[in-house]
Design a protein around this ligand. Structure first.
Ligand code: XMP
Length: 506
C-alpha cells in the first residue's frame, strides 16, 4: 500500500483516489500522527501532500528523516519543499504566488519515464514558496518556463519531488507520473479491484465480527447505507434488521422506489411512515438550523423506538465512508466538519459499531454496489441531504408546499435525464422560495409561488460550479413547471458557485 502524509492540502484525498484508481490501495494519515502508527502501516511508498503553510514558518508540518529512510518517497508541492529542506536544499519565500496552468520542461528520469517523447508538460501549479537549490547529490528533473525549479530526484530515484500537482485533472500526464512512482519505483501491484474477491473477504470479516449476533441499520435511501446493508445481509442474512424512516421530506415517489430496491436485494426492512410526526414537530419553524436540529433529533428518537421494538441489537451498522473518517479527523486530519456518522453517536451506546465501507471512497462504494448486483441507475443517483426537502423548501414546511416542490423537482430531473445530462451533473434540484410574485394567465392575474432551478458540477461537494444548462432544457422545464404545477408562476435559475454560496439553500 501507499501511505499519503497529509500536510493540509485540499487535494490530499484526490491523491489517495488517484492512487487507488491505479489499482493500488492507499491510506491517508496526518503529518503529526504518532510515528508508531505510521510505521505500523508498513507502506511500499510514501507521498507527501501539498499544504497551505510555508516550510519557513515555525509550527508548519515537519517529518523526521528516519520515517522515510527505507521507503521510496514522492513530495508534491509543500511535500517537495519539505524534502528539499530535509535533505539540505534551499527554500525561499516566493515574490508572488503561482497558481494555475503552467508548462514545465522535463529531463529523463524514472518519475517521467511513462510520459512519452514530449519534454514539455502541461501542469497545474499552486504554490508560494520556491525551492532555489536542490539538495546535494539530487538532480533537477523539471523546470518551469521561467527557469524555476519544478522537480528533483535522488541519484537512485527513490526520493522524488514535484512542485506541480500530478493528482489534478489539469495535469494531463499526472496519471503516468503517479503510475511510474507506484509501479516502477515502489514496486506495487495493481490488486485493489473491489470485485467479487474483495466482497467475499469483507463478508467473511463481517461474519467473524458479528458471530451469532444481530445487527440493526437505519437506511436513508442513499447509496452508502444501501451498499452497507446489502453486503451485511450477505454475511448475516435476516439477522440484519433495517429501518427506513420516511420523514415526509423525500422526493416524489422516492419512498416507494427505494423500498422496491431494498426488497429486490432481499433486505429485511421495515418502512416507518413518520411524515406527519415530523411535520408536526416542524410546525411554524422557518429558521434553517432549527429545522435541521429538530429533524436530526426526531430521526434518532424514531430510530431508537424501532430498536426497542425489536428488543435491541448487538451491532449498529453505519454507512460511514472514507471521506467521513478523514474529514472528522479520525484519519489524523484536522476537523473540517463533524460528520453525523462518525461524531454524533450517543456516548453510552451499548451496541458495537459495524462500518464495512469505512475504507472506501464514494466511487469505490459504487463499484462494490455493482459487484453486489445493485442497479446502476440506483448507484448513480445524485447525493441527497439527510434533512431532505426541508432544506430546499424555504420558509414554513407544510405538506402542500412540499408537494409543489416535489412536483417541480420531478419535472426538472426528468428533463435533465431526457437531455442525457443526468450523469454529467453532481446534483440538480429545485428550491421553493417563500416569495410570491404576480403573473398573468389568459387575462387573469395570479399571485403564485417561485421555483429556483439549481444544478452544480463538483468533485467532492467541497467546491462546486453552477452548470451551464442548455437554454432549450431550461425553457422546456420552465414551461412544464408552470403548466403542470399550477401554483407556480415563476421559474428562476441559480447561477452561483460554491464558494461563495453553498450547494443547498439552507
Ligand atoms: P452544502 O450545501 O454544504 O452541501 O454545499 C454539500 C453537500 O452535502 C449535502 N448535504 C448534506 N448531506 N446531511 C447529508 O447527508 C446533511 O445534513 C446535508 N446538508 C448538505 C449537500 O446535498 C451537498 O451534496
Amino acid at each position: 500500500r501507499i501511505l499519503i502524509i497529509d500536510c493540509g492540502s485540499q487535494y490530499t484525498q484526490l491523491i489517495a483516489r488517484r492512487v487507488r484508481e491505479l489499482g493500488v490501495y492507499s491510506e491517508i494519515i496526518f503529518w503529526d500522527s504518532p510515528k508508531e502508527k505510521i510505521a505500523a502501516i508498513n507502506p511500499k511508498g510514501i507521498i507527501i501532500s501539498g499544504g497551505p503553510r510555508s516550510v519557513l514558518d515555525v509550527g508548519s508540518p515537519v517529518l523526521s528523516k528516519n520515517l522515510i529512510a527505507d521507503v521510496p518517497v514522492l513530495g508534491i508541492c509543500y511535500g517537495m519543499q519539505l524534502l528539499a529542506q530535509l535533505f539540505g536544499g534551499v527554500v525561499e519565500r516566493g515574490e508572488a504566488a503561482e497558481y494555475g496552468h503552467a508548462v514545465v520542461e522535463i529531463e529523463d528520469s524514472r518519475l517521467f519515464s511513462r510520459c512519452g517523447e514530449d519534454k514539455k508538460l502541461d501542469v497545474w501549479m499552486s504554490h508560494w514558496d520556491e525551492v532555489k537549490k536542490a539538495p546535494e547529490g539530487f538532480r533537477v528533473t523539471a523546470r518551469s518556463e521561467s527557469g524555476a525549479l519544478a522537480g528533483f530526484e535522488s541519484a537512485d530515484g527513490r526520493v522524488a519531488a514535484l512542485q506541480f500537482h500530478p493528482e489534478v485533472a489539469h495535469t494531463p500526464k499526472g496519471r503516468e507520473i503517479l503510475s511510474a512512482f507506484v509501479f516502477d519505483i515502489c514496486g506495487c501491484k495493481a490488486d485493489w479491484t473491489l470485485g467479487a474477491e474483495w466482497v467475499s473477504r469483507e463478508i467473511e470479516k463481517i461474519r467473524e465480527k458479528v458471530k451469532g449476533g444481530t445487527v440493526i441499520c437505519g437506511l436513508s435511501g442513499g447509496v452508502d447505507s444501501t451498499v452497507s446493508a446489502a453486503i451485511t445481509q450477505r454475511a448475516v442474512g435476516d439477522r440484519l434488521y433495517c429501518v427506513f424512516v420516511d420523514h415526509g421530506m423525500l422526493r416524489k415517489d422516492e419512498g416507494q422506489r427505494v423500498m422496491e430496491t431494498y426488497r429486490s436485494l432481499d433486505l429485511n426492512v421495515r418502512y416507518v411512515d413518520a411524515g406527519e410526526r415530523f411535520l408536526k414537530a416542524l410546525e411554524g419553524v422557518t429558521e434553517p438550523e432549527r429545522k435541521r436540529k429538530i429533524i436530526g433529533e426526531l430521526f434518532i428518537r424514531v430510530f431508537e423506538e424501532e430498536a426497542r421494538r425489536i428488543g435491541g441489537s448487538d451491532w449498529l451498522l453505519q454507512g460511514t465512508i472514507y471521506p467521513d473518517v478523514v474529514e472528522s479527523g479520525h484519519g489524523g486530519g484536522g476537523v473540517i466538519k463533524s460528520h453525523h456518522n462518525v461524531g454524533g453517536l450517543p456516548k453510552d451506546m451499548k451496541m458495537g459499531l459495524l462500518e464495512p465501507l469505512r475504507d472506501l471512497f464514494k466511487d469505490e462504494v459504487r463499484r462494490v454496489g455493482r459487484t453486489l448486483g445493485i442497479a446502476p441507475h440506483f448507484l448513480g443517483r445524485h447525493p441527497f441531504p439527510g434533512p431532505g426537502l426541508a432544506v430546499r423548501c424555504l420558509g414554513e414546511l407544510r405538506k402542500e408546499r412540499l408537494d409543489i416542490l416535489r412536483d417541480a423537482d420531478a419535472i426538472f430531473i426528468e428533463e435533465i435525464r431526457n437531455f442525457g445530462l443526468y450523469d454529467d451533473i453532481w446534483q440538480a434540484f429545485c428550491v421553493l422560495l417563500p416569495v410570491r410574485s404576480v403573473g398573468v394567465v389568459g387575462d387573469v392575474r395570479s399571485y403564485g409561488e417561485t421555483i429556483v432551478l439549481r444544478a452544480v458540477s463538483s468533485l467532492d461537494a467541497m467546491t462546486a460550479e453552477w452548470v451551464r444548462l442548455p437554454y432549450e432544457l431550461l425553457d422546456t422545464v420552465s414551461r412544464r413547471i408552470c403548466n403542470e404545477v399550477p401554483q407556480v408562476n415563476r421559474v428562476t435559475l441559480d447561477v452561483t458557485s460554491k464558494p461563495p454560496a453553498t450547494i443547498e439553500w439552507e
